[in-house]
Design a protein around this ligand. Sequence first.
Ligand code: ACO
Length: 384
Amino acid sequence: MRIKVTVKDNNLVPGLAGIPAAESAISYIDGQVGVLEYRGLPIEVLAEKSTFEEVCWLLLYGKLPTQAELDTFKQQLVEQRAVPQKVFDLLAALPADGHPMAALSIGYNALGMTSAPCNVLDSAARQLAYAQLIASTPVLIAAHSRLRQGKKVVPTDPKLDIAADFLWMLNGEKPADLVARVLDVALILHADHTMNASTFTGRVVASTEADPYAVCAAAVGSLSGPLHGGANERVLQQLEKIGSAAAVPAWLDKQLADKGKIMGFGHRVYKTKDPRATCIQGLVREMFAQHGTTPIYDTALKLEECVLERLGDKGIHPNVDFFSGIVYQKMGIPTDVFTPIFAIARVAGWLAHWDEQMQDNRLFRPSQIFVGLRGVTYTPIAER
Ligand code: ACO
């Protein structure tokens, strides 16, 4: 006997769009007018006045640090940049053409295996993990990037802040002040963004009382997809494929006729321009004025103009990823390292959400709407 179950009360919301998954005091978005705040502070103000380290503290502890608190935190971050040699050896053994997001996920798990166990129910123990995961993320990414090219790992420079030190470890050259500042601001802009896919993933894993390495490794997997953090890589590939500003209108016509997505545009929450895109666009302008423009930038500006003409009425505007890839390319960063840079920033948000989840934890266990068969009779294999 086979009974086909039919759904009478279908209240499924695909993608859980608009369904609250938690109460959170970390960041706030008003997608209609384009507002993003971290702990009540507008993103534009933080981008102008703050640093990534200060923003990490703000997200994790709920307020801006005093000078003494910031100094202590920065010292902890420097000490925690020490990644065990065993972890570097593991990164060196990975396939050279594998994606750096996979290497980061492996790096987090390996770090967990070489660290003392973390009592996730103890807030002091959780605080110890913050510094280790924030500080080690850029080290893991830069080391993997060099090792896969057969180059030596560049040791961290304790005098440099996270953004400048990452560029140093990646390229083996000290970055210009403006370049380091632009990356620092990009990190600020990407540090948290309410209940996005990777943060939700992290909170689900956290709710099982898994350790913070597992939380971050799972969140990295979620961030890697092209509809989330992976979009910044796809934006560059898309602009390279278009080739020039003059080719934009014809390319866009075809893309829309084929019902293809325009990478770097649209957002589940923003129905106007992503405020982070506005901040990063200002930096792009400054960097290109100082260091010269590129054809890809001209193509991007034309694409923005044409997409707004065609899709602006639908609420499709550039998101932060539209401009971040262009900036990173200008810094000489390999395209497949763009999404890992997103992780350098977002790990702060993941950890803040981990802490919030653990303060009042309940295991995530949603329900489903069953649409399969029931009561099926087992057929022996010879009779199928
Ligand atoms: N290009 C073309 N059309 C688009 C785009 C786009 N980038 N984004 C949305 N649309 C269209 C949809 O096809 C849909 O059209 P329809 O009404 O005719 O069916 C309409 O706009 C509404 O869009 P939704 O699908 O409801 O938007 P949703 O909230 O599901 O998707 C998403 C958001 C996934 C980000 C989508 O805009 C997209 O795929 N963008 C490209 C990838 C990208 O840039 N991702 C980065 C997101 S930001 C981040 O992760 C930091």
